[in-house]
Write a protein that binds this ligand. Structure first.
Ligand SMILES: NC(=O)c1ccc[n+]([C@@H]2O[C@H](COP(=O)([O-])OP(=O)(O)OC[C@H]3O[C@@H](n4cnc5c(N)ncnc54)[C@H](O)[C@@H]3O)[C@@H](O)[C@H]2O)c1
Length: 372
């Protein structure tokens, strides 16, 4: 069991529930030194709060998150609310003396992200980004570090949804800049895309952005129509330096990608080797070799997650599994015991992601390459 950590959730929607689900089967973890316990949930919506009554460890439910922050023995707060509320609520969590697992994009824009960072003080803060915890993503990073690639020629990373293809789907806060942010889809999916490249030292030095909007209007869910003004698709053509070589790195974030539901992918190709992982094949890692012929080889990794669980080694991992892994990394790093394992996205990485997205907006505005 190890150390127990009491967690409060602010925002019990899509992601707040996923966290309750992850904690609910923590007994499956074999080597995490910390056990989280969800004790309190704040959400404005009563029906949303009621759902959490089935979670046995929850002893407090309420609409006002400031009351949750006043509960003394809550150690960690997870906040999953619309982006325009990040800055206010994250700073209130920090002022209350709690540690924070923040959701991306970590503030609605660059200025908000910087102000949140300025308020961190000695609290432990990380930003949610779970896809690097897939065994295939972990192997990808190991392959890049192995030196087997030769000279890197190109890099592509992305996250594709098709959630906005259906024009009859009602708009929510993610479709409006006032609540999602001017950066639109980059705020929604961007941190997921840049986390691994940033960790590998692939830091964009310039960006040329191609941004696309989706449907200008959608049903409002109340019988009327409402406007939708966010960027739905973003393709960022960036340049990174690997050693003394400039290398093109394309970053794709799309909410209108026909045929895709939740596809996170990353690929690198070099003169001697390459590596590729996509959640379309969640247990499969592809590596490129030149051995007389040029070959892409597939390796089925099974359930080789960073933190071991009771799950059979041949089984395939999915979203709820990697979310648990991310939480295990957060809690273990907070306890000072992460060691060599991969850590969650840092506030500094979140700010860097915002710098890139702000530059992408400028690039789109002027049809120009923007230097970072
Ligand atoms: N890590 C991931 O894979 C992932 C996936 C989806 C969303 N997210 C992020 O999670 C955050 C929330 O997204 P979501 O999809 O869960 O949204 P959601 O709309 O499903 O849930 C948001 C919840 O916040 C509540 N809320 C709004 N204002 C509040 C307030 N003042 N106090 C308390 N509760 C309040 C709403 O009632 C709602 O239940 C966003 O930052 C989003 O980018 C992350």
């Amino acid at each position: 069991m190890g150390e127990k950590v009491k967690v409060g959730v602010i925002g019990g929607g899509l992601m707040g529930r996923e966290v309750a689900s992850a904690f609910g089967r923590w007994f499956a973890m074999r080597d995490c030194p910390v056990t989280p316990e969800l004790v309190a949930v704040a959400d404005l919506d009563e029906a949303t709060r009621e759902w959490f009554r089935q979670v046995g460890t929850v002893t407090w439910l309420g609409a006002d998150y400031r009351e949750l922050l006043a509960i003394e023995d809550i150690d960690v707060v997870y906040v999953a609310v619309p982006h325009h509320l990040h800055e206010r609520i994250y700073l209130d969590v920090l002022v209350a003396g709690k540690d924070l697992l923040a959701e991306k994009p970590f503030g609605i824009d660059l200025g908000a992200a910087e102000r949140i960072v300025a308020g961190i003080g000695d609290r432990f803060v990380r930003c949610s980004s779970e896809f690097p915890f897939y065994p295939g993503a972990q192997r990808f990073m190991a392959e890049v570090g192995s030196g087997r690639l030769g000279r890197v020629l190109d890099i592509v990373a992305g996250f594709h949804h098709s959630s906005d293809l259906d024009a009859s789907k009602a708009a929510n806060w993610k479709r409006q800049s006032a609540t999602c942010g001017e950066i639109g889809v980059m705020g929604d999916l961007g941190m997921h895309v840049v986390h691994v490249p940033f960790r590998l030292g692939w830091e964009p030095e310039s960006v040329y952005a191609q941004l696309q909007k989706g449907y200008a209007e959608r049903p409002d869910g109340k019988g009327g129509r409402t406007s939708c003004d966010t960027w739905d698709n973003a393709t960022l053509h960036t340049t990174v330096h690997i050693g003394s070589d400039p290398v093109p790195m394309r970053l794709e974030m799309k909410r209108m990608a026909p045929g895709e539901t939740d596809t996170w992918f990353i690929e690198v190709r070099g003169t001697e080797g390459g590596a590729r992982f996509s959640t379309k094949e969640p247990k499969t890692f592809w590596s490129f070799r030149i051995d007389g012929e040029q070959q892409w080889q597939r390796t089925d990794l099974g359930f080789g997650t960073p933190f071991k669980t009771i799950t059979g080694g041949i089984f395939e991992p999915g979203f709820p599994d990697i979310l648990m892994q991310m939480w295990a990394a957060f809690l273990t790093e907070r306890a000072g015991a992460l060691g060599e394992r991969f850590g969650c996205a840092t506030p500094e990485e979140a700010v860097r992601s915002h710098r890139l997205f702000a530059a992408a907006l400028e690039s789109q505005e002027n049809s120009s390459v923007v230097r970072l």
